[in-house]
Ligand binder design. Structure first.
Ligand code: CA
Length: 371
């Protein structure tokens, strides 16, 4: 990204500097004075991630989060980023941040359903909210408060720090014409979407990004979803899967999260706490922009250079999977009180925003490009 375009960050860096470059808010009537030798040593944090290092969108988003924190803090807080398996394996990011092995993590909440089932809803629900609807819920609709409540027992502060946008349905080596074609299908599809697939007769597996290509190519799995054209092109999935399906019913606007060790966060001066929070919010917006831009280019490359065949799931199959989704979510709510509260909040917002999105975004999309 062109740094000069990031006016918001520059303005914030100025504001952070004005608070006092020594990390302490100057008392009323006093100037912050760092020349007196009171300047604290720079704080160094580690960020473990669930992605391959520098992976487009996700890994680059983690890098940018670290970069923003360094820039906004004027170098008083620096964050070193570790790719998946460099310090801990991708699926141990949550525990590493909880223990304080790393002060930060960058991952996605549906990996942590074994810790707190409700965590999954903070990423995405099948047939659920789009990226911008999700942000409406998290920042203004009570979602973030519930997210923090869910992670508090683990000593982790979660911050939305990215969004993939609406994903693709994935790569299949046979066409999906009816629900019968889902039966017996072994598919890499994590989270709630995976459970819906299971109820439709398929076998969901959770495979880390780095292992997906080989699993699909060798037939260990029959199908996989990953993210969207930008990431799927980078993984080379078009060489292992024949048909590229949409829509991404399983992940409709997935929030990517920053995990912050609560103790480490509270040990920061107030202005650096704000730096971490605002940097995460900046990356939340920026990642969606990166995905939106590159997905369009990558889709064209997949079609024009690699001859990828696009397919749409039949409406009938989508309707059946959606019915299974709401049934499954209701059942989960019966087993877990927090899941029930989060689902109620999510669903109330979904019910409120859907009529608006239909007459605004959806109506516009339906008429746009016809002239
Ligand atoms: Ca996905």
């Amino acid at each position: 990204m062109d740094r000069r375009k990031f006016v918001g960050a520059a303005a914030l860096a100025g504001a952070a500097g004005a608070l006092g470059a020594c990390g302490q808010k100057p008392a009323a009537g006093q100037q912050a004075d760092c020349a007196s030798g009171a300047a604290a040593d720079p704080i160094e944090w580690k960020m473990v991630t669930a992605w391959p290092r520098d992976f487009p969108g996700l890994g680059t988003g983690a890098n940018r989060l670290a970069e923003y924190i360094g820039r906004l803090s004027g170098g008083r807080l620096t964050v070193k980023v570790y790719g998946g398996n460099e310090l801990v394996p991708p699926f141990e990011v949550f525990d590493a941040v909880s223990r304080g092995t790393a002060e930060m993590g960058h991952s996605t909440s549906y990996y942590w359903k074994g810790k707190a089932p409700a965590a999954q809803l903070f990423c995405s629900s099948p047939f659920g909210l789009t990226a911008q609807e999700m942000n409406g819920w998290l920042y203004y609709g009570g979602g973030l408060e519930l997210y923090r409540e869910a992670y508090a027992p683990f000593g982790i502060l979660p911050l939305p720090a990215g969004n993939s946008g609406t994903q693709m349905g994935g790569w299949f080596n046979k066409e999906i014409r009816s629900l019968d074609d889902i039966k017996g299908l072994k598919m890499r599809i994590p989270g709630l979407g995976g459970e819906v697939l299971r109820r439709a007769g398929g076998t969901p597996v959770t495979t880390p990004g780095a292992e997906i290509f080989t699993a699909l190519q060798t037939g260990t799995i029959d199908a996989t979803e990953w993210v969207g054209p930008y990431n799927d092109l980078a993984l080379g999935l078009f060489r292992a899967g024949r048909y590229y399906y949409s829509p991404g019913w399983q992940e409709t606007g997935s929030t990517i999260e920053a995990l912050v060790n609560q103790e480490a966060f509270e040990a920061l001066p107030e202005d650096l706490q704000s730096v971490v929070e605002i940097a995460a919010q900046a990356v939340n917006t920026d990642m969606l922009a990166e995905f939106t831009f590159h997905n369009a280019q990558a889709l064209r490359t997949l079609q024009e250079e690699h001859g990828v065949e696009l397919r749409s799931f039949p409406d009938e199959v989508m309707a059946q999977l959606e019915r299974i989704t709401w049934e499954y979510l209701d059942e989960q709510a019966q087993d877990d009180a927090l899941f029930a509260r989060v689902l109620t909040s999510y669903r109330d917002y979904y019910a409120a925003v859907t009529p608006y999105s239909r007459i605004a975004e959806q109506r516009l999309m339906n008429v746009r490009g016809n002239g």
